[in-house]
Design a protein around this ligand. Structure first.
Ligand code: PEP
Ligand code: MN
Length: 336
């Protein structure tokens, strides 16, 4: 939330969409590193309250519902005082049981609903632990939000999606609705639609998408915001897809989404391997070494085939793939 006008504009445009259940608004935004826009605090809650108590209505005829990130017990109290009954715990909060316990004390008996983002590390127990703590405090109104994970190499995403981690959470807690946050996974608006399609194929229960009336001018995370109209178009596409062939065979859709995600990972790994290969070419050139080193290649093949056998992959198949990759690597090194 950046200003009263911005909040009012975005609320009016989002309320027109029947798929929108609530509007997210950041009021306190502790950043990973200091110096960025950290939110306006209570004054922004006041603007939300004005809209909630005003004439604007959601598409279902109800009052406008906002949700907000809380990280400290005082945030919970301020939200309640301003009529905000839906909150979420950010990734950094979920990973800290001390903070979660303090928040749970404040949440107990309030009737609030809480969304729990995954912790920054791919630790399903830590995510589940926070969901369980919040369930003890407020009962069943808890949902999980998959926002991706901080890995050393995020392979083109802001946060590595690791869909399988979210699937593991769902297997362990099938009663907890699972939402996807494509904005924080992608980090770039060009990736948001594809991530939403994957979430649909994987039968997620909903989405948390960052929207801004003028995305390029946003005070925070400008690259990942989409305009309300873009969200409307995207939701239309998703609905169309959900009522089409995909929905008739959810099992197949789920498996295909996993194949798509795996292929994307394979290609990103190949690109990474070629990048390393180019670096090796430079070192070899510097040291006057030959591009092709038969002994090294023999060792590589033996090592990979031993692994392939343990993984239950066919010997010939793995050999073919390795040969092809190696040939490309030699070509790239000669070209450099
Ligand atoms: C956010 O939702 O704006 C946010 C910073 O999320 P996360 O806690 O997932 O980083
Ligand atoms: Mn954000």
């Amino acid at each position: 939330m950046e200003s009263r006008e911005q909040l009012q504009e975005v609320a009016a445009r989002l309320c027109a969409l029947p798929e929108v259940e609530m509007i997210r608004g950041g009021v306190w935004k502790p950043r990973t590193r200091p110096g960025g826009f950290e939110g306006l605090g209570e004054v922004a809650l006041g603007w939300m309250q004005e809209v909630t108590e005003g004439p604007l209505r959601m598409a279902d005829g109800g009052r406008v519902r906002f949700c907000c990130e809380v990280a400290r017990p005082e945030h919970v109290e301020l939200c309640l005082r301003h009529g905000v009954h839906d909150v979420w715990l950010g990734a950094r909060t979920t990973g800290s049981p001390f903070m979660v316990e303090e928040l749970c004390e404040a949440l107990r008996g309030t009737g609030m609903r809480v969304m729990v983002k995954n912790p920054t590390s791919p630790d399903v127990s830590l995510w589940m632990g926070t969901i369980e703590r919040v369930q003890r405090a407020i009962g069943s109104g808890v949902r999980a939000v998959h926002r991706g994970f901080a890995m050393y190499n995020n392979r083109g995403y802001r946060n590595a999606p690791l869909w399988e981690v979210a699937m593991e959470l769902r297997r362990a807690m099938p009663e907890v609705p699972l939402l996807c946050d494509p904005s924080h996974i992608g980090g770039r608006r060009e990736l948001v639609a594809a991530l939403c399609h994957t979430a649909l194929l994987l039968a997620y229960d909903g989405l948390m998408v960052e929207v801004h009336p003028k995305p390029e001018a946003a005070w925070t995370d400008a690259a990942q915001q989409v305009e309300p109209e873009a969200l409307a178009r995207l939701l239309g596409e998703l609905e169309h897809e959900a009522t089409g062939a995909g929905a008739a065979e959810p099992e197949l859709g789920l498996l295909r989404a996993q194949i798509d995600a795996t292929d994307h990972e394979l290609l990103q790994l190949l690109a990474r391997r070629m990048g390393i290969s180019r670096q090796i070419a430079e070192v070899k050139r510097g040291g006057g070494l030959a591009v092709y080193q038969p002994d090294r290649w023999k060792d590589v093949v033996a090592d990979r085939q031993a692994l392939a056998r343990r993984l239950g992959l066919d010997d010939d198949f793995v050999r073919d793939v390795l040969e092809r990759i190696h040939a490309e690597s030699v070509r790239v090194q000669l070209e450099g």
